[in-house]
Design a protein. Structure first.
Length: 303
């Protein structure tokens, strides 16, 4: 067995042991939230880290996955798993629809366009009351499984599966193509790479993964309101990717874990919590611009 396979097996065993090491219901709930955040960070990293597209609309696809799956279950009586499959497909298709316009844009123009998409999605959730219930929200949403521990295993299992699939993807010629587009799209085009097609692929796949995370969110919290998917969520996802190390596979995972647990660990500081949290993020960006992973690699090389 290779060293990589042994490392992966150890990670699986640690993840499997977490609910038994953390026995309080509150912290088990944080584990579920952490697993969802890992999915969200991985989804954005494909677009931002590997393709170099500044997408600020990822929260919209998270919301689409949550609302489509919940409405199909609550209103039309669908099975949760079939509804989730439809929701993932809907998020992916809307990601491709956004890409149809976004692939022509770069830099801050793309950021503004994707931000506009997130704002439009948020307004639709608020104003389409006949379907989404607007600001009143949808209540009494049952989880797909009976216990928080089981829900964690399911979400973490999907996160591990997505990680493995994406890791193989970025190590393949497809990953080389995406990185070529990120580094210099004009040079990539001179080599015969269709940048628009591959950026659309990254947008669609990233949107589908974010939609998958959204399917589990309503059952986890029991309610669904538009404020859970405001633009701040997109910036939080971006912070996870940047803090961990965008353009790497393990970086967004580390970023998601750190930025999920850090606010909870700082709750004892009261009103100083947000100040400490913001200061920590600022220090990481200033002194570790490549994220935690690249800082660790630099430390290892210096020894």
């Amino acid at each position: 067995m290779s060293g990589k396979a042994i490392s992966f097996l150890m990670i699986v065993l640690v993840v499997a042991a977490l609910p038994w090491l953390i026995t309080t219901p509150y912290w088990r709930g944080i584990l579920v939230l952490c697993a969802m955040n890992v999915l969200l960070a991985l989804s954005l990293n494909l677009v931002l880290g590997y393709t170099g597209q500044l997408n600020l609309g990822q929260s919209a696809f998270f919301a689409i996955g949550a609302y489509v799956s919940t409405i199909l279950v609550k209103t039309y009586g669908w099975n949760f798993w079939l509804a989730s499959l439809a929701a993932v497909g809907a998020a992916g298709l809307l990601g491709l629809a956004l890409a149809a316009f976004a692939v022509r844009l770069r830099g801050h123009y793309l950021a503004i366009a994707s931000l506009g998409f997130a704002v439009i999605t948020y307004q639709v959730l608020i104003n389409w009351e006949n379907v989404t219930q607007g600001v009143r929200g949808i209540y009494g949403i049952l989880p797909p499984v009976g216990s928080t521990t089981t829900l964690f295993y399911i979400v973490a299992g999907f996160a591990l599966a997505v990680y493995v699939l994406m890791d193989n993807l970025v190590r393949s010629p497809v990953g080389d193509t995406l990185r070529a587009i990120r580094e210099d799209e004009v040079s990539a085009a001179s080599l015969g790479i269709n940048g628009a097609l591959w950026k659309a692929f990254a947008f669609g796949l990233g949107a589908a993964i974010a939609g998958l995370a959204g399917c589990f969110y309503p059952g986890f919290v029991g309610t669904l309101v538009p404020d859970a998917f405001n633009i701040i969520e997109s910036f939080t996802m971006m912070a996870m990717v940047i803090v961990g190390g965008m353009g790497t596979m393990v970086g967004p995972v580390i970023g998601a874990v750190v930025l999920t647990f850090l606010p909870e660990l700082l709750r004892g500081f009261g009103e100083l919590r947000l100040m400490i949290y913001g200061l920590a993020l600022t220090l990481v960006v200033l002194f570790m611009p490549g994220g935690i992973v690249q800082a660790w690699r630099a430390l290892v090389k210096s020894r």
